[in-house]
Design a protein around this ligand. Structure first.
Ligand code: SF4
Length: 232
């Protein structure tokens, strides 16, 4: 039997996601209520350093936990650390992070006032010679790592959470939400914050046509500008 509180949460998200049917929408695992417990973000990070909830810790260099002010009103959630982030131990310090910084700046937002994290905390990759190629985390890995994302959000109590791309979105709102269909929407959640749906900045790096890339970048900046009023 589905708990009554779950049904209320599902209906809330269903009504917010106006393009979706009102039947059997599930929240993403980060919002499902099951997550780590610790007195602070620093304590959570310490716990996560020993995490073996999935196999991704085995090949990664190190854990890449979220970082930013403990009182951040805005949290940005990406997919997973990339090659540079894995080596540095910090989120969004590679090429996608540089674009994100530029676009946040153009949207009038100071990165240092936001908390940045990922749905999955260890780098998943395929080794090709000397290169480590990004490999998308699967649903099970996202589910396992939501143990940490849910805990970060619970500790931070933000006003807005930005889902950067499909993996972050699935961890937050489940699989029924779609980046391209619901992009730019601010979805209220029972957790008390809204989720802004947009692309991952790495998408901009993959667009070959210059005009298309410029148009998509402008659209990304306009998406981000929606969170500007919530940043302290
Ligand atoms: S990816 Fe997440 S769940 Fe998997 S081992 Fe790392 S911290 Fe744990």
């Amino acid at each position: 039997m589905v708990p009554a509180c779950r049904l209320v949460h599902c209906r809330w998200i269903c009504s917010a996601l106006k393009h979706m049917s009102t039947e059997s929408v599930k929240m993403g695992p980060a919002l499902s209520g099951e997550h780590a417990e610790a007195p602070s973000i620093a304590a959570l990070r310490k716990q996560a350093e020993g995490c073996e909830r999935c196999d991704l810790y085995k090949n990664a260099t190190q854990l890449v936990f979220g970082e930013g002010p403990g009182k951040a009103r805005v949290v940005l959630v990406g997919e997973q650390p990339g090659d540079r982030e894995d080596l540095a131990g910090r989120p969004f310090v590679g090429p996608a992070g540089r674009i994100l910084d530029e676009c946040l700046h153009e949207a009038g937002i100071d990165r240092s006032s936001c908390y940045l994290t990922n749905a999955v905390k260890h780098f998943k990759f395929e080794q090709r010679g000397k290169r480590r190629l990004h490999s998308r985390p699967n649903a099970g890995e996202v589910q396992r790592c939501s143990w940490w994302l849910g805990a970060e959000l619970d500790k931070l109590h933000p006003k807005v959470v930005v889902a950067l791309g499909a993996t972050a979105l699935s961890s937050l709102l489940g699989r029924r939400a779609r980046v391209m269909k619901n992009r730019g929407d601010l979805i209220p959640t029972p957790a008390g914050y809204s989720v802004l749906i947009t692309i991952h900045p790495s998408y901009l790096l993959r667009i070959q046509d210059k005009e298309d890339a410029a148009a998509e970048r402008g659209r990304f900046v306009r998406d981000l500008a929606k969170i500007a009023p919530h940043v302290d």
